[in-house]
Design a binder for this molecule. Structure first.
Ligand code: SF4
Ligand code: SF4
Length: 670
C-alpha cells in the first residue's frame, strides 16, 4: 500500500480498479473527465492490470459497450457529466429493465453553477426517473467508498448504480492508502450465457422487469438503512459541536457537498453564538448520502420529535420533496424548509457563509446575533479601518491566442458579408466564437444540434443561409445523424467542420478522427471527408483557417451550393503544437486603426495610447504581447498596412527598404 494525494476523480478511478473493474468507458465532459484519464494512465504505467479503457464516440456508445461487457460478467465503469446522461439515457432506461450481470457503475458528475455546462440538471432526479439507485458523496473519501460499494450493490441487485459527485467533490483532493497494483476481476469462465427470456427486452419481459424493479427498490432502501457501508453514508451529528440534542425540535438535513459545507457552517454558527454569549438552540444534523431510493427508516428515527427541518442541497429540491412526502404520508407534524420555501438557494452552488446565515435564520439566531454585533461595534473604542475588498477584473472566456477557430469564424463572416445568414453553433471551444468581435454564433443547444437546427431554420426561414459549426469530436459524437438527415431530406445547409485534431474543451482527449486510443494503440483515423461523402454530402471543401483568403474562397464556394455542403477547416489546436515565434508590430508602419483588434479579437494584441509613430501620430498603436502570441500569422493578414510581421520579416523588409531608398536612410541619419 502507498499513501497518495488524489483528486476526487482520481480516487473514484482507483476505487473502481480496486473493485476489479474490467471495462471503463465514457465521453469527456467537465467535471468528470479525469476518471477515465486516470484509469488510462494507471493502465499504461502497469499499476492497473487487465483493464480495458476507452473514450467512446459518445455516452450512449460507452454505456452500451459496458452493458455488453456486463452481460459477459465483467464489471464496468461508465463516466460522463450530467448532460452526458441524457445522451446515454436511451440505453440506461432499457438496460435497467434487462438487468445487469457484472457490476455496472455510472459516475455522473453534476455541475452546479453551472461552471461548464448548459444546464443545472440534477442526476438524483434522473436516477429516480430511471428507477436506478444513486449515491451522493460529500467528500473525495466518500466518493471513493461509494464507488466500491456501488459495485457490490449493482451485482447483488442486478441493477446499474449511479454515483453522482459534483464539481467540488470531483476536483477536491484528499490522502488515500492505495494498493501498488490492481487487477481486473476475471470474467466468469462461461462468459456470456445465452438466455433469450432474460437478455431480450420484449414488451412482456419489460412488464415483468418493471415489477422486479419495483420490488428491489424498497429492498435497496432497507440495505441503505441497515447494512454497512451504506448506513454510514447517512450519518447524523457534527463532530465537535455541543448542542446536538435528542430533545431538539430543529433538524438540518444536507446532501452531497452541501453536507460538508453545512458541517463547517454549523461550527461557525456555534462559534458566533458562543462569542455573543447566546445559547445555541438544540438541533440535529443528518447527511443523506443515499438519496434514491430514499432511506426512510433512518430519517424517521432522526425526525422523531422534530418540528422543523431545513434541507440544504444543490440543484433540485430532491430531498426536500422526499421529506415533505414522508411527512404527508406518515402524518408527521414536521415543517420542511428549503428551496421551495425560499429558505435555501434555488440554483447554483452553495457555500459555507451562505449556509451559515441561513442556519442562523432557521435557528432564530440572526436577529440576536445582529443586535449583539451592533452593540459590539458601538462599544468598540478603536474601530479597525475598513479595508476595501479589491475587485478582481472580470475576464470573459475567449478563444486562445492563435486558436485556429478564430480564422474559421472570421472567414465565414467575411464570406457571408451581405448575405442574410443564421450561424448555428455547437458545444466545444468554438462556442466562444459568440464573443465579440467575431460574433459568429447565433444559436447553441446541445452536442450535434447545430447541424440539425440549421436544417429546421433552412426550412422555416429560407431567406437566410443556414450555416452550422461543429468541432471534430462533436462531429463523431453526435453530428453524423444530422448529416444523414440533411442529405436524405435535401436541406440547404453548409456545415463548417472545425477540425483541430482533438477534443480541446475538455482537455485534449483523442477521438475517432485522431486514430489514437486510450489503450495506446494507433488505428487508422476516421476520415471526416469520407464520412461527409458517405452521408450524402457531395460538395466538400478543405481550408486552412489560418490562411484567410483561401478560407474565404472555400466558404464562398460551399455556401453558393444549394443543398448540403461542407467546409473542413483543418489546423491543430494551439495546445497541441509548438508555438511559432511571436509577431511584432512595426511602430513606423502602424496607423493605430485598431483593425487587428476589432476584427479578430486575439488576446495577444493590445492597444497602447502612449505609443506614437509617424503614421499613428498621437492616436496610439497596437502592440503584441510576446508571452501570449504563438505566431499563428492570422493578424498579419488582417492589418491593412502590413504593420504586423514576424521579426525576421520586419528586419528583412527594413533592410530592403533601406537598400531601396538610401536617401530616406540618409534623411533619417540627418
Ligand atoms: S500571430 Fe497575431 S493572431 Fe496569431 S497569436 Fe499572435 S497576435 Fe494573435
Ligand atoms: S497593427 Fe495594423 S491593424 Fe493594428 S492598429 Fe496598427 S495598423 Fe491598424
Amino acid at each position: 500500500m502507498t499513501k497518495k494525494l488524489l483528486m476526487g476523480n482520481e480516487a473514484m478511478a482507483f476505487a473502481a480498479l480496486e473493485a476489479g473493474v474490467r471495462v471503463v468507458a465514457g465521453y469527456p465532459g467537465t467535471p468528470s473527465s479525469e476518471i477515465v484519464e486516470t484509469v488510462a494512465r494507471l493502465r499504461s504505467s502497469g499499476t492497473a492490470r487487465g483493464v480495458h479503457v476507452e473514450w467512446s464516440t459518445n455516452e450512449k456508445a460507452a454505456l452500451e459497450v459496458l452493458f455488453g461487457a456486463s452481460l459477459a460478467g465483467a464489471r464496468g465503469l461508465f463516466t460522463c457529466k450530467q448532460m452526458g446522461l441524457n445522451v446515454a439515457s436511451d440505453a440506461l432506461m432499457s438496460l435497467n429493465y434487462v438487468s445487469v450481470r457484472g457490476g455496472l457503475v455510472l459516475v455522473v458528475a453534476d455541475d452546479p453553477g453551472p461552471i461548464s455546462s448548459q444546464t443545472e440538471q440534477d442526476t438524483r432526479r434522473f436516477a429516480a426517473f430511471a428507477k436506478v439507485p444513486v449515491l451522493d458523496p460529500a467528500t473525495p473519501e466518500q466518493a471513493y467508498d461509494m464507488v466500491k460499494a456501488a459495485f457490490e450493490l449493482s451485482e447483488r441487485f442486478h441493477t446499474p448504480v449511479i454515483v453522482r459527485p459534483t464539481t467540488r467533490v470531483d476536483h477536491a483532493s484528499a490522502f488515500f492508502e492505495l494498493p501498488t497494483v490492481t487487477r481486473a476481476r476475471p470474467v466468469p469462465e462461461e462468459g456470456f450465457e445465452r438466455d433469450v427470456s432474460k437478455w431480450v427486452i420484449f414488451p412482456r419481459r419489460a412488464y415483468e422487469a418493471h415489477g422486479e424493479i419495483n420490488e428491489r427498490l424498497p429492498e435497496i432502501a432497507r440495505v441503505y438503512a441497515t447494512e454497512e457501508p451504506f448506513a454510514s453514508f447517512n450519518p447524523c451529528g457534527v463532530d465537535g459541536i455541543a448542542g446536538i440534542d435528542t430533545a431538539a425540535s430543529f433538524g438540518i438535513v444536507a446532501c452531497g457537498i452541501s453536507a460538508a459545507y453545512a458541517r463547517e457552517a454549523l461550527r461557525i454558527v456555534a462559534k458566533r453564538a458562543a462569542a455573543a454569549d447566546l445559547e445555541l438552540p438544540a438541533f440535529r444534523f443528518m447527511q443523506i448520502g443515499t438519496p434514491y431510493p430514499f432511506p426512510e427508516e433512518p430519517f424517521a428515527t432522526f425526525a422523531q420529535g422534530l418540528s422543523d427541518v431545513l434541507v440544504i442541497e444543490e440543484l433540485d429540491y430532491v430531498i426536500e420533496d422526499e421529506l415533505a412526502r414522508w411527512a404527508g404520508r406518515t402524518h408527521a407534524s414536521l415543517s420542511v424548509h428549503g428551496k421551495l420555501t425560499g429558505e435555501a438557494r434555488d440554483r447554483g452552488e452553495n457555500d459555507v457563509d451562505d449556509i451559515a446565515s441561513r442556519i442562523e435564520r432557521f435557528l432564530g439566531l440572526s436577529g440576536r446575533l445582529r443586535l449583539r454585533r451592533r452593540a459590539e461595534a458601538q462599544d468598540a473604542t478603536v474601530a479597525a479601518p475598513a479595508v476595501p475588498a479589491e475587485e478582481l477584473p472580470v475576464r470573459p472566456p475567449v478563444l486562445c491566442p492563435g486558436c485556429p477557430h478564430r480564422g474559421s469564424f472570421y472567414a465565414v463572416k467575411q464570406a457571408l458579408r451581405g448575405t442574410p445568414a443564421v450561424l448555428c453553433g455547437d458545444i466545444g471551444c468554438y462556442t466562444l466564437g459568440n464573443a465579440k468581435p467575431l460574433d459568429a454564433v447565433d444559436t447553441c443547444l446541445c452536442m450535434g444540434a447545430g447541424i440539425t437546427m440549421a436544417q429546421g431554420l433552412a426550412v422555416a426561414d429560407p431567406g437566410k443561409k443556414a450555416v452550422a459549426f461543429v468541432g471534430d469530436s462533436t462531429f463523431f459524437a453526435s453530428g453524423m445523424t444530422g448529416l444523414a438527415n440533411a442529405a436524405y431530406n435535401g436541406h440547404d445547409i453548409t456545415v463548417m467542420v472545425l477540425d483541430n485534431a482533438t477534443t480541446a474543451m475538455t482537455g485534449s482527449q483523442p477521438h475517432p478522427g485522431t486514430g489514437f486510443t486510450l489503450m495506446g494503440v494507433q488505428r487508422p483515423p476516421l476520415d471526416i471527408e469520407a464520412v461527409l461523402v458517405a452521408n450524402g454530402f457531395r460538395h466538400v471543401y478543405h481550408a486552412n483557417p489560418l490562411d484567410k483568403d483561401a478560407s474565404i474562397v472555400a466558404v464562398k464556394a460551399a455556401v453558393a451550393f444549394e443543398g448540403p455542403s461542407a467546409v473542413i477547416f483543418e489546423s491543430p489546436c494551439v495546445q497541441l503544437i509548438k508555438p511559432d515565434e511571436p509577431v511584432v508590430i512595426d511602430t513606423e508602419a502602424c496607423t493605430g486603426c485598431k483593425k487587428c483588434i476589432t476584427e479578430i479579437g486575439c488576446p495577444a494584441i493590445g492597444f497602447n495610447p502612449a505609443i506614437e509613430g509617424p503614421r499613428s501620430g498621437s492616436r496610439g498603436q497596437s502592440f503584441i504581447d510576446p508571452a501570449l502570441c504563438n505566431g499563428c500569422d492570422l493578424c498579419t493578414q488582417i492589418c491593412p498596412f502590413g504593420a504586423i510581421a514576424f521579426p525576421a520579416t520586419n528586419a528583412e523588409e527594413q533592410q530592403g527598404d533601406a537598400a531601396e531608398s538610401p536617401a530616406e536612410e540618409g534623411g533619417q541619419d540627418a
